[in-house]
Every structure is written in C-alpha cells, then in structure tokens.
Ligand binder design. Structure first.
Ligand code: C2E
Ligand code: CA
Ligand code: CA
Length: 731
C-alpha cells in the first residue's frame, strides 16, 4: 500500500512528540502497570476457577453415585432389574452422567443406563466395580474426559453389600472453561481500563500543570523579565522546586544588579564610570528628529592630586575623590535650579523644553572626571559652569581631619562643533584640558579657542596624544646594527624608539621626541624603551646571541630621582646583563651639567653599564670635563660623516675626534655611514665601529635576526676583503 509509509511516518512523528512528555509517560506507566496487574489477576483467577471446577465435578460424581447406590438397595433386594434399568436411564438422560450402572454380584447381573444394552446381556465387569467389590470401599478414577466412581450398595439394616453402583460423570473440556474464564476477566479489565485512563489523564494533567507554569516563568525570566510571577504554591516536591527556582532567580537578579553596577558605576565615588559616560553620550547624539543634539563635554583633571596620594596614601586619596565627586554633583544640581532665573543652562538642558536629556557627571578613572552638558545657543552658560566647577574644586577639602587643597584643569569641547563622534570629542576635551594644565592649571580651556593658536595647539595635541599612547602602550623599538669594520661582524645594536600611531602609522622619533622631552613624558617613554630593549636582549641571549645594546637616554631621565634604581630594576626583571647595556647621552646634555651626569651615572657604572657620548662633535666638550665623565665611547655625529666626501672641514674634525679618542682610550662609533668612501676614510683613520644605512636601517627585532644571519653569511664569503658592495637595507 502506497499510503502506509506516510501513515507510519505520521504516527512515528505524533508518538515522538507525544511520548517524551511527562504526562504521557505517567499515563503509559499507570496503564502498563494496570495491564500487568490484570494479566496476573486473570492467571490467578483462571487457576482458582479451574480448581473449583475440578472439585465440583468430583463432588457431583460422588453425590450422583450415592443417590444411585441408595436407589439400587430395594431393587436389588427384590430383583426389580427392569425398574432399576429405567431409573438409571432417566438419571443418564440429564446429560452430565455419561454412564450409570449397578452390578449385582449375587446373580452376576449388570444393569446400566445404556438403552442399547439390557441386563440379560453378558457384560464384562468394570475394573472399578471389581475393586469396590473386593475392598468394600468407594473407588474413584479421574481421566481427561470423565470422573468415575464405584460405591458398594449396602443394605441399611444388615450392612451387607448387595452390589456396586458405578457412575461416570462427563468433564467439560478445559479449553472451553478457560476461554469462558478469560473472556469474563478481560471484559472486567477493559471496563476498568476505560474508567482508569481518563482518571490517570486527569491526575497526570494536574501533576504537570505547575511544571508548565514554572516553565512559562522560566521563559519570561530568560527574556529578561525578572519580575515574572511564580504561580506555584504547593507543599510537595514541586513546591520545593518552585521555591528553589524563585531563590535562584532572586540570586540572578541580585547578581545582574551587581554586574550592572560593576560595569557602569565607579566603585570609589559611586558616580557613573567611563563606559556609562560613553553610552550616555552616544545615546544622546541625535534628537527624535535625527538632528544632532548639541552638548558639551567638560573634561576635569585634578591638579596636585598625585601629591596627595603619594604623601597621605590611597585612603586619603580615595576620600578626596569622593568629596570632589560629591561637590561636582551638588554643583550640577544646584546650577540646574539656579539657571531657572535666566542662565542659558536652563534652556540648554536642565529642564527647558528643548532639554532632551539630563546632564551627567562621571569619573573616567584616576583623578579624571567628566561632565556631559546639553547645550543650546548661549555659550556663557558653559563658561559659567566651568568656572563654577573650578572654584568648587579649589575650596580646601577637609579629609580625615586634614585640610587639603587640589585644583581642577578643565577642557571643554562641544558636539558637533569640535568633533563628530564621542572619541573625537573626548580627545579634544582632553587636549583642551592639557592646554589648561600647561597654562598653570586650575582653569578651564575651550577646545575651539586653543584651535586659533595652531602652533601651540599642535604641541598640546601631540602631548595629550603621547600621554594616551603611553597608556595604550603604542611604542615599539627598532634595532640598528653596529659593525666592526675590520672583522665585518655585528658587534652591537642601537635601540631606537618608534610610535605605532593608530592613525598616522609608524612614526620616527623626530615627530614626537622633542615634545616628549619638553614635558615629563620622556621619562615614562624612556623607561618603556629600556624595558622593551632589555626584554629583547634577554630573548636573544636565551637563543645564544650575546648582543650588546645601546639605549638613548635624555637629560630629563637622568635628572629624575629614581632613574638609577629603575634601570637596575629593569635589568633585574628582564635578566639582561648590565655589561651588555650601554646608555647614550648626547654631548650637549652631558656637557651642560657634567657634575650631575657623573653623579647620576656612578651606581650604574659600578653595576657594569657603559656610557657613550652621542652626537659627538656638535657640543663644546672640554677635555677637562671629558676626563671627569664616565664615558668610554664617542659616537661621531652623522653630520660630520656625511660631509666626509665633500667637506674638508668635516674630514679634519673626524680625524681630530679619532685622535682624541685614541689618546683618551675611547672607543669610537661613526654614525650615519652611507657610502663605501665614508667607510674607507674612517677605516684609514682608525675608526673601529660604524653604523649606518650602508649596512642596515633600523629594523624590528625579527627582521634584525634574519638580516644578521644573511650579513654574517655574506661577510664570510667576502672574507679577506673589507669592501662591501652596496647598502643592505631592511624594512
Ligand atoms: P640618534 O641617537 O643620533 O640616532 C641615530 C639616528 O640616525 C636614527 O634616527 C637613525 O635612524 C638615523 N640613522 C642611522 N644611520 C643613518 C644613515 O646612514 N643615514 C641617515 N640619514 N640616518 C641614519 P631616528 O631613529 O629617527 O632617531 C632620531 C633621534 O631620536 C635619535 O638620534 C635619538 O636622539 C632620538 N631617539 C631615538 N630613540 C630614542 C629613545 O629611545 N630615547 C631618547 N631619549 N631618544 C631617542
Ligand atoms: Ca643615539
Ligand atoms: Ca647620534
């Protein structure tokens, strides 16, 4: 049949959806139990009924036998065989009795119920009759088909045995009896089943209902509605489950609140955090009509906060931040009310009809706070608020019984005038804040106003960017090899910093080092370069390459207290040996304050670090000073090397430097060697080491390794000659 597989598939589908449910399983379980019970009951009932039937047939046979025996007494006494025969025939006509027979041993006559025979006929004696005669006792025999019983016929008075009565009673076939018994029991079971299945269904349904309700609630909760009702109130296990479930949801709700708090609230001041601030800004960038919402971001950085933290500890620092946060919030609320009189603030955003969102004050981290202020036309409202903020922070603070004072430098930028997105607006507010700091602090600067002075603006912007770059670790180092001109071996490398700028790509130090030196950032930058250099040096050492590294240091770094300690710590942390590290200090710096340089370098010298004078020839070194300073290497400035081919003056300067180095026992590194002629001149005049594009440009560590391998291969090939055939350059 073509329809069968479809129908079967449908059935399987229905069963597979129906069967796994708790309710169906419950119904099936009960029905199954019921059926098993019914089968057992039917078996037991059948067995009992069969046994009863057995007993009944035997009892019937006995009773009929006794009747025949009593009936036969007068007939045997009087020899009325014909009457007896007729009576036996009538007994057998009932159908149950198969055969009724009386034997008279006296006359050897057998009278039976079979109409086909007569007592005249000679008949063989039934074996049971013979046994009853011989024993004088009742004899019973049972077969599949019948029960036979033989009873002696006694005269009541004399107790003498007159004869024997024999009765054979038919058995009903067992199969027929069994069918009857089973039929009856199956009907009873079916009737009970018809009643029981709906009842079970009902129970199953009421059992499953609370589970369904719980499931519904679970769905609602997973959709994010933690207030979904729990409609289950029972004392049984489901009630326990529901309560456990309710507790779990309560815990999740509390955790969610905690997570939300951790994600969006600053734990120290309880103000919204940076992320919350960002989201608030982004959420309010456009109004309902899709037009940009004007708003100002006030970037607030506390002046002198670091000093409080360093001298009084973090507890006092935190308390101070809390107090400042509270002041900012109070001021903002108060200005919201005060501006009701006339100030533009009201129009701008507190509660005027154009106000689309509330101002927000947040802590961005460290000692940085920020305010988002909805602003419409009148700018002076923002000016006033910025000034108020400065004044309110400037008031002395009472922290744990101590009076402290900090200031606030505030930078303001306005969306969409000063930037098109959050990142730009915040960056420009930061730049404006930097401008406020650089011009003495404790004041507010507007980005749109510093823009006018483009020169200083660029520097300020760069400084702010550098600060961020340090936080984001955007600096990398490259390595330029130093070559021994006689053996043509790599004898070391100078480490040079690069800024991996997110927008402008890889920047050389010329683009930023001056600004870094002017501000204090050069110390942090220098520390980072030293770290990177030592880590790389150590990595090479681990791979069996012992490469001395020269790192540039600026005077700012040398001056800064703790420089010596930091250098030694960095060496220790990285495991780079001190004797492989050389620090390069420019000649002008070294000569400007030889006392200080010699002071600062002493412990480093003791540790094994060497010093080189960088850009030698550009300053005015006096021999007296040179001898007092801890240097052992000159680096001849690139300008003289590049002039070697054309400029006589340069040649004589280089010759002088080399002669001086010999007499002072200094090593010399010639910088900026670009041509074979330059190299040849230097070698003729006894310069040992050279560095320049002739050999390689500065390159990242991995390139350096590959380059060094190729270079040593080539110099082996060309061994015996010291000339090289062109510039080896790397990316
Ligand atoms: P420097 O110490 O005199 O470094 C040598 C500079 O000359 C490097 O420029 C290098 O790329 C370049 N140079 C090397 N060979 C040649 C050549 O054959 N021809 C030419 N035209 N130039 C060559 P870079 O990397 O741009 O560094 C510039 C300056 O920035 C350095 O001059 C150094 O004073 C400063 N600097 C670099 N890294 C650091 C640092 O980590 N800390 C400090 N404080 N200053 C650094
Ligand atoms: Ca240098
Ligand atoms: Ca140099």
């Amino acid at each position: 049949m073509p329809g069968t597989p479809k129908a079967v598939a449908k059935l399987v589908e229905i069963l597979s959806t129906w069967l796994p449910s708790l309710r169906s399983r419950f119904v099936l379980l009960v029905a199954g139990l019921f059926l098993v019970l019914s089968v057992v009951m039917i078996m037991v009932a059948s067995y009992l009924d069969l046994r009863d039937e057995e007993h009944r047939v035997v009892a019937d046979a006995k009773a009929i036998g006794a009747t025949v025996s009593r009936l036969a007494v007068p007939h045997l006494t009087n020899h009325h065989y014909l009457i007896l025969e007729q009576e036996l025939e009538s007994i057998a006509s009932s159908g149950i009795v198969e055969l009724a027979q009386v034997h008279d041993p006296g006359r050897a006559v057998t009278i039976d119920s079979d109409p086909a025979t007569s007592y005249f006929d000679e008949m063989e004696m039934h074996p049971l009759v013979a046994r009853a005669l011989a024993t004088g006792a009742d004899q019973l025999r049972q077969t599949q088909e019948r029960v036979e019983i033989a009873l002696p016929v006694r005269d009541m008075a004399s107790e003498t045995v007159l004869g024997v009565a024999l009765v054979a009673v038919k058995r009903v076939p067992v199969n027929g009896t069994l069918f009857a018994i089973w039929g009856r029991n199956i009907v009873i079971t079916l009737v009970l089943l018809v009643f029981c299945v709906p009842v079970t269904f009902h129970f199953a349904e009421s059992f499953v209902r609370p589970i369904k309700a719980l499931t519904q609630t679970a769905h609602t909760v997973s959709d994010g509605n933690f207030d979904a009702p729990f409609p289950v109130d029972r004392r049984d296990e489901i009630g326990v489950l529901a309560r456990a479930y309710r507790d779990m949801v309560a815990t999740i709700r509390a955790n969610m609140a905690r997570i939300h708090e951790l994600a969006f609230v600053d734990p120290v001041t309880r103000l919204p955090n940076r992320e919350c601030f960002r989201q608030h800004f982004n959420a309010n960038m456009v109004d309902g009509a899709g037009k940009p919402n004007r708003m100002s971001v006030l970037f607030i950085d506390l002046d002198r906060f670091k000093r409080v933290n360093d001298s009084y500890g973090h507890d006092h620092g935190d308390a101070l931040l809390k107090e400042v946060a509270a002041r900012l919030q109070r001021l903002l609320e108060a200005s919201g009310c005060a501006c009701r009189n006339d100030s533009g603030l009201q129009k701008g955003g507190c509660e005027g009809d154009q106000a689309k969102f509330a101002p927000l004050v947040a802590r961005l981290g460290g000692d940085e706070f920020a305010v988002i202020l909805p602003t419409d036309k009148p700018r002076n409202s923002v000016y006033t608020l910025a000034d108020d903020l400065v004044q309110c922070v400037e008031q002395p603070l009472e922290i744990n019984g101590l009076t402290m004072a900090v200031g606030a430098s505030i930078g303001v930028s306005t969306y969409p005038d000063d930037g098109s997105d959050y990142t730009e607006i915040l960056k420009n507010a930061d730049i404006a804040m930097y401008a406020a700091k650089r011009t003495g602090g404790n004041r507010a600067c507007f980005y749109s106003e510093i823009e006018r002075d483009s020169g200083s603006h660029e520097r300020i912007r760069l400084e702010a960017e550098l600060k961020r770059a340090l936080l984001r670790d955007e600096f990398a180092v490259v390595f330029q090899p130093k070559i021994d001109c006689t053996s043509m071996k790599v004898v070391g490398a100078e480490v040079l910093v690069r800024w991996d700028h997110p927008e402008r790509g890889m920047l050389a130090p010329g683009a930023f080092i001056d600004v870094a030196e002017e501000s204090d950032l050069i110390t942090r930058l220098g520390d980072r370069v030293l770290e990177l250099a030592c880590e790389q040096g150590r990595a090479w050492l681990d791979r069996g390459q012992r490469l001395p590294l020269a790192v540039n240091v600026s005077i700012r770094q040398l001056e800064k207290p703790g420089f010596t300690r930091r250098v030694l710590e960095t060496l220790e942390m990285s495991g780079f040996p001190a004797e492989l590290l050389q620090l390069e200090v420019t000649e002008t710096v070294a000569m400007a304050d030889p006392e200080r340089v010699s002071e600062a370098s002493r412990p480093l010298l003791e540790a094994g670090i060497t010093f080189a004078i960088d850009d030698f020839g550009t300053g005015y070194s006096s021999l007296a000073h040179l001898q007092r300073l801890p240097f052992n290497t000159f680096k001849i400035d690139r300008s003289f090397v590049s002039g070697l081919g054309t400029d006589k003056h340069s040649r004589s300067i280089v010759q002088t430097i080399l002669a001086m180095a010999r007499s002072l026992n200094y090593e010399v590194v010639a910088e900026g060697v670009e041509t074979l002629e330059q190299q040849a001149f230097l070698m003729e005049n006894g310069c040992t080491t050279a560095q320049g594009f002739l050999f390689a440009r500065p390159m990242p560590a991995d390139h350096f390794e590959a380059w060094a391998k190729a270079f040593s291969g080539r110099s082996r090939q060309a061994s015996g000659t010291t000339t090289r055939d062109g510039t080896i350059s790397a990316a």
